[in-house]
Design a protein around this ligand. Sequence first.
Ligand code: SAM
Length: 503
Amino acid sequence: MLEPSQNVLPQGLIQSLKGLTGFDEAAFVKVHSFGATDVHSIRLNPVKPCINLEQRLADSLHANGVVPPPRITMQSIPWESQGYYLNERPFYTFDPLFHAGSYYVQEASSMFLGWALKQLIDSNASIRALDLCAAPGGKTTLLQSYLNNQSVLVANEVIKSRAAILQENITKWGAENVVVTNNDPQHFKKMEGYFDLIVVDAPCSGSGLFRRDPDAIKEWSEDAVQLCSQRQQRILSDILPSLKENGCLIYSTCSYSKEEDEAICDWLLEEMNCENVPLEVPSNWGVVTTESGKGAIGYRFWPDKVQGEGLFLACFRCKQPNFFTEGKKKKPTIGLSKQEIALVQNWVKDAGEYEYQKTEDLILAMTPTVAAVVEELKSGGLYIKQAGIAVGKSTGKEIIPDPALALSGLNSEHTVVVTLKHRQALQYLSREDMTDFWHDFEVQMACDGDEMQTQTKKQALKAKKGWALVAYKGRNLGWVKLLSNRLNNYYPKEWRILKKPVF
Ligand code: SAM
């Protein structure tokens, strides 16, 4: 929420918005003023369902010292079936399910991308999609949920530090059909005609996020809008040759300025051989349909008309010549010894369905389609940060399992599982010593017939020492190593939570 001193919107912005369809100056200023209601929303991960999430979210506030915690209610977002508004802002850091990738905290208007995807892509087709400006990964995780397992999503981010955050969020989301790259748009020039779908959620002047990020108000200027508009054209002209003939382009910004929205749509029609694709959008949602000078239809979210922040989105089909020739795929490099291949079987469910590659001792499991895309991206000179699921580091004799394996659906059903309570889970996520809780863990392990059985710690330890998954409310968080009188915490240092819960 804006503080009283922060709610001064730039006059230049207000002047420039006059005349735009749906702009209502008084209502717009009011929603940006001190005391205006904040909107909170999350999007669920369809492959990591969780029971009674409202209670978990309330528990997160309790762990942050709110007594008694308020009741949390979830209300559907009209344009996204997995999206929900929350009546309160939880303290996500203290909800282990947030770290497990059971949901993504995402601004509601941004989820409109899913509505566009539903109308643009055939959910049964295997496609190659590129999310060009992907960090921190809100739209990537949404897009991933709309693709089938035979499709591959390349999530690219040009800024290295932001690519690391993208990688973390994708790892927690747990999807096996995503490749993370760290490249400038112009590095894709060898991938001509390669992608069926490109999403460009462009860097912009950010006026649509002024309510959330009041500091952005100080950065705004008419010059910044012009510079952003030029950069958006540059990004699009660099990447459009990578789109297949008649492939789809989804362009979006979180700016209200026509220079970054309608003017870019006109340029795409006039200069880049693109055709605009209008969407069906129910009129009672409050989403405003816009029309550019050359007739391109787009969609603008005004925060006084929808429960959400500012967004502009428009869709196109582009007639790029299809240069990319299928069938020149190189055989992926395997690089795993016989012993490593045997070791992998102990860790990965349906291990035979994946191809494996090793980079600096890290073994990656990839579906054949992901492996093929990786080889093609490498041939195109692109820098790949992550692909498929990291199984673990090989020492030659054993595999040290990777957090990505714990967070994916690839874990072998034979893996021992340690079930934690809320407080224990937060201790684990803080990467603390777990010895204090040693007496009341529940350990589950596979027994004959492959059913999981719950055992007391003593029984479990007699039967098994070594690596175990750590889970909270049925969702995996990471790995521990069971020793005779303690367990070692292997939660990644760079992900650990720093704030202490108040219980
Ligand atoms: N799609 C993201 C999401 O939903 O979480 C948000 C993307 S943000 C609006 C724009 C991204 O573009 C930023 O991560 C930024 O680092 C990146 N970016 C900045 N300059 C760029 C450039 N010249 N080319 C491509 N991407 C750029």
